[in-house]
Design a binder for this molecule. Structure first.
Ligand code: PMP
Length: 407
């Protein structure tokens, strides 16, 4: 395309006015060659870039899209609220409705407060834990992603040692290292902060073992500390009741964002009675946090998820993708590792320390309109049908053949 809004022209213009041409996790420079940076529109499980190329999407905007782009019920709820008012001198009634909804849905929760991004939610939960316990130490898993501010950012640029004071690390699913980290915190433990499952970029995913989850709960109980569950990535994809509910382990505080409003900017911290007072004492707020549109979108998103057995759907389409990829890889003599819950697909190649095999595979897939990620976990939505999975599998079969020939 030669329009003024084409990808090449936008990249040239961005290079002048955006540092590095792009920043953050959506930077296309972090992806294999052939991925677009700029998008024109999205619908269901498909995206179109500014050059008009169509993609079958397995990233769902890195999680937020859970019922499909432009879902009519969500868009209608958002439009109706937007026509009334969004950013006002206080919240709309949607604030109370959504808090009631989450308290009704999540067995651990007696209250909810709302923010915008996942980082707001994890930071708020940590602040509440410290306020509630009057302790300082946060025990968390090495390599786990909890957000993009100095206390937790994966980059140390602009971060001081003081920003990272009072953090003690353990290995996910390693009971002994968790116990050791808690021991190190002594009588100053404010919280154990833990992701719903292990989903570190470029690593095999791991669901928590029951022993690990129960140990985390027991240690917090013994020490009077908060168990904080970071549900930002997993939330509403593993369970509508909370990702650790099936393990019989309830957190004190949970951080939510991404999928809660199907792409509208919203985050939440939910908590139990023990931390209600602390939640009231801390000063957490933002100019846009009470916006009614995102809350209306969240209410509609939760309706759609509940009315469509969403978790079962994600499992079914995720398992179909996983089974198909496993068969193809075997047929083409490729050793792949698929790990973690099927509804958040992770495909890594064995013996691929620099992810070159994964990048080659993904680059072949994007050429044929299937948008995968070569080292981050992927996401599914209610808009992904069995037919979409089978279409994607035709492309991945070709990509496997190309990679096998290349190797
Ligand atoms: N926690 C987890 C587990 C996440 O996956 C993310 C986002 N990838 C965050 C926190 C931060 O969320 P946000 O990017 O919305 O600030």
């Amino acid at each position: 395309s030669s329009g003024v809004l084409d990808e090449a022209a936008l990249r040239r213009r961005a290079a002048r006015v955006i540092p590095g041409g792009m920043y953050g996790h959506l930077n296309a420079k972090l992806l294999p060659p052939g991925y677009p940076q700029f998008y024109e529109r999205a619908q269901g499980c498909r995206l179109w870039d500014v050059d008009g190329r169509e993609y079958l999407d397995f990233m769902c905007s890195w999680g937020p899209i859970i019922v499909g782009h432009q879902h009519p019920a969500v868009e209608e709820a958002a439009r109706r609220q937007a026509a009334l008012g969004d950013c006002m001198n206080g919240p709309s009634a949607r604030l109370v409705e959504l808090a009631e909804r989450l308290v009704g849905l999540l067995p651990h929760a007696d209250w909810a407060v709302f923010q915008k991004n996942g980082t707001d939610a994890t930071t708020t939960a940590v602040t509440m834990a410290r306020a509630g316990t009057r302790k300082r130490k946060i025990v968390l898993a090495k390599g786990a992603y909890h957000g993009a501010v100095p206390w937790c950012s994966p980059s140390l640029a602009g971060v001081t040692v003081e920003d990272r004071a009072h953090l003690i690390y353990f290995r996910y699913n390693d009971v002994e290292s968790l116990e050791a980290a808690v021991r190190e915190a002594g009588d100053d433990l404010a919280a154990i902060l833990v992701s719903a499952f292990r989903h570190d970029m470029g690593q095999p995913q791991e669901l928590p073992t029951a022993a690990f989850a129960r140990t985390a709960r027991a240690l917090c109980d013994r020490k009077g500390a908060a168990l904080i569950l970071d549900e930002v990535r997993a939330g509403f994809r593993l369970s509508m009741q909370g990702s650790w509910e099936a393990l019989g382990v309830r957190p004190d505080l949970s951080a939510w964002s991404k999928a809660i409003a199907n792409g509208y900017a919203l985050a939440a911290v939910t908590g139990n009675e023990a931390f209600r007072q602390a939640a009231q004492e801390v000063y957490v707020t933002g100019s846009f946090w009470m916006g009614g549109v995102a809350m209306a979108a969240a209410l509609a998103t939760l309706d759609v998820l509940e009315n469509n057995h969403a978790v079962r759907h994600f499992e079914q389409v995720g398992q179909r993708l996983r089974d198909g990829l496993a068969r193809q890889a075997q047929r083409h003599g490729l050793a792949i590792r698929q790990s973690g819950p099927a509804q958040l697909p992770s495909v890594l190649f064995e013996d691929d320390p620099d992810y070159a095999k994964g990048a080659y595979f993904a680059a072949e897939a994007i050429k044929h309109g299937v948008y995968l990620h070569h080292k981050h976990n992927m996401f599914l939505s209610l808009a992904h049908t069995v037919q979409d999975i089978d279409l994607a599998l035709q492309v991945t079969d070709h990509a496997c053949a190309r990679l096998a020939a290349h190797l």
